[in-house]
Structure formats: C-alpha cells, structure tokens
Design a binder for this molecule. Structure first.
Ligand code: AMP
Ligand code: ZN
Length: 435
C-alpha cells in the first residue's frame, strides 16, 4: 500500500518511504496544558490519530512509533498557576487529564510516546551545549540564543522572505541578540520562577528546543513524519528544523512535514483563544454531541483545507452518523474497502473516504463497519443498547483510564459486570452488551 502525503518541505505529494518500515516514526507538536482544549485544537489531534491508524494498518500496529509531547512549562502556564494560586504541576496535570479525556471522547488513541517538557530538560541542555560547541548558539545575559545566520537554508520550510521572517522575530526585541532573527534556546528564571540549573545559570527552555530535543531523544535524529497545525510552520517548525539539523551535522529533522489547516468560526476567522471565538470540546460533549459526531465533523473536510465550524455541520454529521448507525448497529466488521483505503492513502482524502464509506454502507455493510473502525469513528449507541446511565459510567471509566486510575476503571467495570453488563474495548471505543 503506497501512502502519499503532502510535504510542506517539497510542496508536493510525496510517497511515504520510511527509513525502516518496521519502525515508522511520527512526531506531532502537542498541547500546552493550561486550559481546556477547543475544537480547533482537536483538529490536529484527530487528523494525526487517523494517520497513526492508517500507518498501523499499512505497516502493522507494532511498527509505528507516534510521539506527541506535552508542553508543561511555559510563561502562560506560569501566569495561570499564579492566577489560580496553585502549583504548576497541579495545573498541568489537571489540564493534561482533561485533554486526554476530551480527545479520548473523539476517538483519539493515546500516542505511543508522550514526552513531557519538564522531564526532558537534560536532553534539551545537551542539545543546547552541542549547538554552542558547534558555533550555532551563543550565551548572552543569562540567555542562550540560536544564531540564525549560521543555519544554512534557514527559511526553507516556510519559504518566507527574510524581511517577513524578521518582522515576526522583531516582536521579541532584545538588546542581547546579535541579530533580530536569533531566537531563545534558554532563558533565565528569577528566584520565584520555576527553573533548572544549567551551565548558563538557573533558567528554563525556550519552546522550540523542547520539540527538537524530545524528537532526538525518543525517536532519533531523522524521523519520517513531523506534523502540527499551519500556525506552527513559522517560526516554530522552521526553528526546530534549523536547530536539529545544525546539532546533527546537517541531518534532516523530518522527511515529510505535514500541516493541518485552520478550523474557523463564522467564515474566515481562525478559532483561537486570543480572538475569544472558542468552543471547547468539553462544552460540545456536555451539550450532548456524541464524540463520533464531532470526529466525523472534523474529518468532513480535507485536513489541509479550512473547516468552518457551526451548527449546520454538527447537524449534518449527526444525521449522517445516525443513518449509518441504523444500518450498521449489529454488523460484524470485515475489512475496509479498497476505495476507502485508496482515499486515505491519497494524502488522507477524508471527504472521498467518507463518500466511499457511504457507498459501502449500502453495498457492503461489513466493509463499512471496518472502515468506520479504521477511521476511529464510533457510532452513537442505538437500539436496545441505549442507556444514558451506562453511557455516563463508560465515559467516567474512560476518563479514569486516561488518567491511569486503574482502580477506578476496574471498579466501574466490575460494578457493571455485577449487573450482568459486559464492557468491550475496541478500536472505535467502548461498547457494552447484556450477558
Ligand atoms: P496550542 O495548544 O495552541 O499550541 O495548539 C495545539 C495545536 O492545535 C497546534 O498544532 C495548533 O497548530 C493547533 N491549532 C490551534 N488552533 C487551531 C485551529 N483554529 N484550527 C486548527 N488547528 C489549530
Ligand atoms: Zn514542536
């Protein structure tokens, strides 16, 4: 099965040729955990979860390593912890748990690796030291800065003209920078701020170095796929690319760079906290939207196209999934249809895959059921297996499992079992049946 993916680096739909088909590596920039995720943040989580599932199908589940980081130290986190009067770790654990539960409701499986910034500091310090030793970074006023002038081909990913890149970088004016485009690898912490000891004084990492160091530490110098939202292309990914290849003597950071387009509200405005036009995943679930409906809505547009969120999209997605659920309720899955697989292998063409699924529902329900499972789209419970109390207990158990609270998850399973209700965990989520 040949998978083609649009590569931002080459601006072409490249064939995926993993360095080692028995160990396909993918890294996606994960959340900064200081608030509930909005449905725009869920788009990359769902898109790259779908790609992880497709890679597992194509190469074998055990032959894919997907890492998504948790940014658990950052200035926004520090400000929020102070505002709430709680420890940073308390805040980040709370929102990481929310994130995993919210994404779990959308059928997003946990990645194979979930590195945390605060436990990867030694890897970051090692990479910064390498960059300093190789003449790509310099210490100044308690900071360590990356010297952009020493990075051959800087700008190759975002292909922005230098003056435009400088306009962005100038936002961070600082007298200690040699050149305006230089960016921070390490910055000093005051005694009341969280920090780690380093050869350059007590401080904390810049954001970009975090991903470069974690990729090298948990996946290797060159990975097969690197993903994230369009807004990460510049400066974040451009800087990751520059740092990593300078630290690794020119080795490419990733063969294929992928970027999802924005989820927008009311036409063309990107959903973002700073614009205030956000709707959280938690709020949508509380309104009663089934996770499968939200996932279907997120996958209804091609991942590189903008997706305008709204009540019509939700209503259409619910109607579609309800229709499929009426046909597929008790169908035993066979294998996904060739048409569906071909659409997904063609740069994750989900509109075409969903059209293939509609045709399968009519012509080959068993293939349709398998296709839904591959795409991670759970059917809302229909027919006799509808019981809001049991669904609520299943949701609680899912939340307990993502929080690794096995005692609680076992307790809920056993309580239901005592009533004669068995839970089954499958690729499309947890379903129940009467024994
Ligand atoms: P953040 O926690 O803000 O760094 O965002 C986490 C991920 O969500 C990143 O990959 C962003 O690019 C992505 N993202 C943020 N807002 C949107 C949006 N409105 N549409 C699609 N992706 C987004
Ligand atoms: Zn990153």
């Amino acid at each position: 099965m040949e998978i083609r993916l649009y590569n931002t680096l080459t601006r072409a739909r490249d064939a995926l040729v993993p360095a080692d088909p028995a160990r396909v590596t993918m890294y996606v920039c994960g959340p900064t955990v200081y608030d509930r995720a909005h449905i725009g943040n869920a788009r990359p989580a769902v898109v790259f979860d779908l790609l992880r599932r497709l890679l597992g199908h194509a190469y074998g589940e055990d032959h894919v390593l997907y890492a998504r980081n948790i940014t658990d130290i950052d200035d926004k986190i520090m400000a929020r912890a102070i505002a709430e009067g709680i420890a940073i770790g308390t805040l980040t654990r709370r929102y990481e748990d929310f994130y995993l539960a919210d994404m779990g409701a959308l059928g997003v499986r946990r990645p194979d690796l979930e590195p945390h910034a605060t436990t990867s500091i030694p890897a970051m310090l090692a990479m910064i030291a390498t960059l300093v030793n190789k003449g790509h970074a310099y210490a100044a006023a308690g900071h360590v800065l990356f010297d952009v002038g020493t990075a051959a081909g800087y700008g190759q990913l975002s292909r922005r003209p230098m003056d435009e890149m400088l306009a962005v970088s100038r936002v961070e004016v600082a007298p200690y920078k040699r050149a305006p485009a230089d960016f921070v690898l390490w910055k000093p912490s005051s005694p009341d701020q969280p920090g780690w000891d380093s050869p350059w004084g007590r401080g904390r990492p810049g954001w970009h170095i975090e991903c470069s160091a974690m990729i090298a530490e948990c996946l290797g110098e060159t990975i097969d796929i690197h993903g994230g939202g369009l807004d990460l292309q510049f400066p974040h990914h451009e800087n990751e690319l520059a740092q990593s290849s300078c630290a690794h003597d020119g080795a490419a950071l990733a063969r294929i760079w992928m970027h999802n387009g924005f989820l927008t509200m009311a036409g063309d405005e990107k959903m973002s906290k700073s614009l205030g036009n956000v709707v959280s995943v938690g709020a949508l679930l509380d309104e009663g939207w089934h996770g499968g409906v939200l996932r279907l809505a997120l996958l209804s547009a091609h991942y590189r196209q903008p997706l305008d969120w709204g009540s019509q999209l939700l209503a259409d997605s619910k109607a579609r999934l309800d229709r499929w659920g009426r046909t597929l309720g008790d169908v035993v899955p066979s294998a996904p249809s060739p048409a569906l697989l071909a659409a997904l292998a063609d740069d994750l063409n989900t509109p075409q895959a969903l059209a293939a699924l509609s045709a399968d529902v009519r012509a080959d329900p068993a293939a349709a059921a398998a296709g839904l499972a591959l795409m991670g789209i759970a059917l809302p419970y229909t027919g006799e297996n509808t019981d809001t109390r049991i669904d609520a207990l299943i949701a609680e158990r899912t939340a307990a499992r993502v929080a690794r609270n096995w005692a609680e998850s076992d307790r809920i399973r056993d309580a239901l079992l005592a009533e004669g209700i068995a839970l089954e965990d499958g690729p499309a989520g947890t379903v129940w049946r009467r024994l």
